[in-house]
Design a protein around this ligand. Sequence first.
Ligand code: EPU
Length: 335
Amino acid sequence: MEYYRQTQLKDYNSFRTEALAKILCCPKSVEDLRKCLSDYPNEKKLIVGGGCNIFFTKDFDGVVICPEIRGVRKITDEEEEDEDIFIEVNASEDWDELVAYCVDKGFAGLENLSFIPGTVGAAPIQNIGAYGAEVKDVVREVVAIDMETNEVVSFSNAECEFGYRDSIFKRTNKYVIISVVFHLKRTFTYTPKYFDLNKELEDIAEPTIKDVREAVIRVRKRKLPDEKTLPNAGSFFKNPCITREHADLLIASYPDLPAYHQRDGLIKTSAAFLIDKAGFKGKRIGNIGTYPNQPLIIVNYGTSDGNEIVAFMTEVRNAVKSIFDIELEPEVRIY
Ligand code: EPU
């Protein structure tokens, strides 16, 4: 395993921002990863998976670790007829290749999460979600290295402390995920959960998981920019939760404000709606703008300086704050 010094990180983040890593390494095995951690006990560490939810505003004064730990292990024998299927996937496998593989085999559970960029190991960190599903619904176990002790630790679903775009891994920054065990099902019945997807499937009486995957891909291709041609990191902000009183107040002026009741009594509303109504839909300032089809996505039209993204983000946040009294919280990690 090589250590690269003063290495450009532009190809390690989908926003294509430029920054140097003091040290960069790409361990291909758990042993290499542990060696890297023990070779640099006192350096700051940053783990980058697919780099689809992160950008840089300055050089990183420490070790950037980009694991390349691949492999898939089926715990359930494919020939068996068991309803429950367990599959352990190493962290650096491509997320959508895993979804495609499971859909092809008829293993149900991941299909709504089709076409999300990134790696398998990144999925539990921010509990990726789309079309009424979240990865927490199918995670049985997450295996990680504790960067403080360099030991392997295993987390049950409950121990991952999953929340909306959140988990113990995102909050503590202390673990490197090395594999994820998924619990999938052999039988599948489509449950309508999300307007966009239901509409896409309305002509099919009993959608199969393949139909669902294809429909999700069509919706995503229509709404979301491809980071290869227009650099971005997916949803830039989380959908905010507000109190019922606050929501009632806003609905008086904006009757079509999306409002989803949460278990804790709060109301989740749509960041895209707020950004849209604040006049930022498709708006561009210099090199940065919101995507015209989905204003929750900030796109980079040509800068390599992450500070320009931060400046635009601040404009959006200030506008939403002054009109709606809501603080949008970035979903993307900013370094
Ligand atoms: N909306 C507008 N104007 C627009 C577009 C949308 O007002 O131009 C409003 C509409 O009211 C619409 C609502 O926003 O009903 C929701 O839009 P959408 O269905 O596109 O979903 P989202 O809440 O904006 C979330 C996830 C996405 C995920 C989609 C689909 C977050 C932060 N984002 O977006 O996840 O794909 O739902 O389930 O929760 C990501 O995390 O990177 C991501 C793309």
